[in-house]
Design a protein around this ligand. Structure first.
Ligand SMILES: *Cc1c(COP(=O)(O)O)cnc(C)c1O
Length: 587
């Protein structure tokens, strides 16, 4: 574990009391609040849930997203349409009296906040502040700045990022919180560093800022990057930045090295002002270091919040078999010794719940004894949702050999992602074209939290086949693992760390192109998945308990938040020094 700079960071320089302030553009707080779009928001929510369980002194900032992300409708032909999701923050949150302002273009924009109290199993509360510009005194445009998650154009986005980053820092102070660590969950929140630097300068001009001032800000900031795709990083033009953020600030950011290819790069900004940075899986950290070779980027592999994603039957079975698992998810390791019947029976009940949902949504009767695969992702093209249909005749043969095969799909395409929408349509067309008595394929509408939980717990195998190396981590396979469900996946993201062939699932082998990788997918189904499922229930049970023991015990946010706390927020001296021996023997 190494700090971003070569200068050692010392634990002793941190004040001993205060809060970590966690900033994220999206947070999946509650299934009834449409404040998230997908993986990043679910991870943020799971992080906060585990922080609350563990009693970590943490507060969080996000935007209220009054109109949500979007509700997905799919017609018979597979055409996606979107509907806004207006919701009432007052039903879930308390409004705080505090008010702050931020400057956007030449306007002063007022910001208020709602507080949601997230309570952990320990009773500890993590307050989540949802910033809101829909207040009197703001123009109609400004009142809409906190309406749409990932809506609008890049102008809208940059203005939202000012509200989140700069508004959030000021709001934390206005609320009276003492913050000693600012955690940027993805570059969307990177402008918080600018607010901190301005505070460091007493509000004075940034032109006078020295390396010492920057160092003061760096001492407080940590950053997690989530995207291995350059286009996935927020970038803004000089013209846009100067117009929205101001000419002086833009000139300073350029001077501080936060521009690349003539664009303000939010990842560079966050890296420049952080004492610790990490990617979200081992492989992702490597890719990130190649993208930003001047920075030291560590890795803390993602996880999921166990009780959020485990089905009731699995939780109940574990309560009987491994009573300590709730306190410390590491005890899931003991699943290695679970009675085979206990895990098979619990899974059968999770599968029933999923198939009942499939039935009520589609009218189709799925057979609980038939091998069922799940695939649900944001419908970005690199995730290749249609890979399974590369050779339909071969898929049909596999279904026949297995005595039937059922596949459940779900996933939303971003409203502006036309290729993603076309992919959804293609999978829905394929599902209709190739479904028959032996092969049943459905695409379920409006993939969201509840459906995600039912799917990952209820299928027999979780399938994931993105194009490498675009998957930073991926978390839905971890949700499946929490339920003892093995994965059949490309060796990318977390699966490089989680796959033990034939023990926790199977790897789709790296190929030179889509056809080769589809071939490997079929081969694994033919030679490993189907035979094991059909002929050897006791082997299947062992696969399930290995998955829970090896992967459930590690790929959880209980472990992950402990790593953030010890390695990023409040590092012990030994864990952050580049030269450990020197440090041990120096004093
Ligand atoms: C878990 C989850 C995601 C993220 O899944 P990935 O595997 O990380 O892509 C997205 N949407 C919903 C509704 C989820 O539950």
């Amino acid at each position: 574990m190494q700090p971003v700079s070569t200068k050692p960071f010392s634990y002793e320089t941190l004040p001993s009391s205060g809060h970590v302030a966690y900033f994220s553009m999206e947070i999946a707080i509650n299934p009834a609040m449409p404040t998230y779009s997908g993986g990043l928001g679910v991870l943020a929510g799971d992080t906060l849930r585990s922080a609350a369980d563990l009693g970590v002194p943490l507060i969080a900032f996000t935007l209220v997203h009054r109109k949500g992300y979007f509700q997905q409708h799919l017609d018979r032909a597979g055409i996606q349409t979107e509907e806004i999701q207006p919701w009432d923050p007052a039903k879930f949150c308390t409004e705080e009296p505090a008010r702050v302002t931020v400057a956007i273009e030449d306007r002063v924009v007022n910001v208020r906040t709602w507080r949601y109290d997230l309570q952990g199993s320990s009773g500890h509360i993590v307050p989540i502040y949802l910033l809101d510009t829909d207040i009197e005194g703001n123009s109609g445009w400004d009142r809409g700045l906190t309406d749409h998650l990932y809506g609008g154009d890049t102008n809208y986005r940059l203005q939202q990022e000012i509200v989140l980053g700069m508004g959030g820092v000021r709001m934390a102070a206005a609320l009276g919180h003492r913050v000693n660590v600012f955690h940027m969950n993805e570059g969307h929140a990177a402008l918080l560093t600018l607010a901190l630097l301005e505070r460091q300068m007493g509000g004075g001009p940034l032109g006078a800022a020295t390396e010492t001032d920057i160092e003061q800000v760096r001492k407080m900031c940590v950053f997690t990057t989530h995207t291995p795709v350059p286009a996935g990083h927020d970038r803004f033009s000089v013209e846009q930045t100067a117009r929205i953020l101001g000419g002086d600030r833009t000139a300073r950011l350029e001077k501080f090295g936060c521009f690349r290819d003539g664009l303000l790069n939010m990842t560079l900004l966050a890296l420049r002002f952080s004492r610790f940075a990490n990617g979200v899986a081992l492989q992702h950290a490597k890719v990130s270091r190649q993208m930003f070779p001047e920075y030291n980027i560590s890795n803390i592999t993602n996880g999921v919040h166990a009780t959020t994603w485990m089905s009731e039957p699995i939780q109940k079975m574990l309560d009987e078999q491994i009573p300590t698992w709730r306190l410390d998810n590491l005890y899931l390791r003991n699943a290695i010794d679970l009675p085979e019947q206990a895990i098979l029976a619990a899974h059968a009940r999770s599968k029933e719940a999923l198939l009942a949902e499939v039935g009520s949504r589609t009218g189709l009767v799925f057979n609980p004894r038939v091998l069922t695969l799940g695939f649900a992702r944001r419908a970005a093209t690199y995730k290749r949702a249609d890979l399974m249909f590369t050779e339909p005749e071969r898929l049909q043969k596999i279904a026949e050999a297995a005595g039937g095969l059922q596949i459940v799909y779900a996933g939303k395409a971003h409203p502006q992602d036309e290729p993603g929408k076309a992919l959804v349509q293609k999978v829905i067309e394929d599902a209709a074209r190739y479904s028959n008595d032996m092969l049943r394929v459905v695409y379920l509408e409006d993939y969201a939290w509840d459906l995600g939980a039912l799917l990952t717990a209820g299928v027999d195998v979780w399938v994931n086949n993105p194009r490498r190396p675009y998957e930073a981590s991926g978390t839905s396979g971890m949700k499946a693992a929490m339920n003892g469900v093995p994965s059949l996946s490309i060796l990318d993201g977390w699966w490089i760390e989680g796959c033990i062939e034939g023990v926790t699932g199977w790897a789709i082998e790296d190929g030179a192109n889509d056809e080769e990788e589809a071939n490997s997918l079929y081969k694994k189904l033919e030679s490993a998945v189907v035979p094991t499922y059909l002929d050897a229930p006791e082997r299947w049970a062992r696969l399930m308990r290995n998955t829970l023991a090896f992967n459930g015990s590690f790929f959880n946010t209980n472990r992950m938040v402990k790593q953030y706390t010890r390695n990023a927020y409040y590092p012990m001296r030994l864990t952050v020094q580049t030269n450990v021996e020197e440090e041990i023997f120096a004093d």
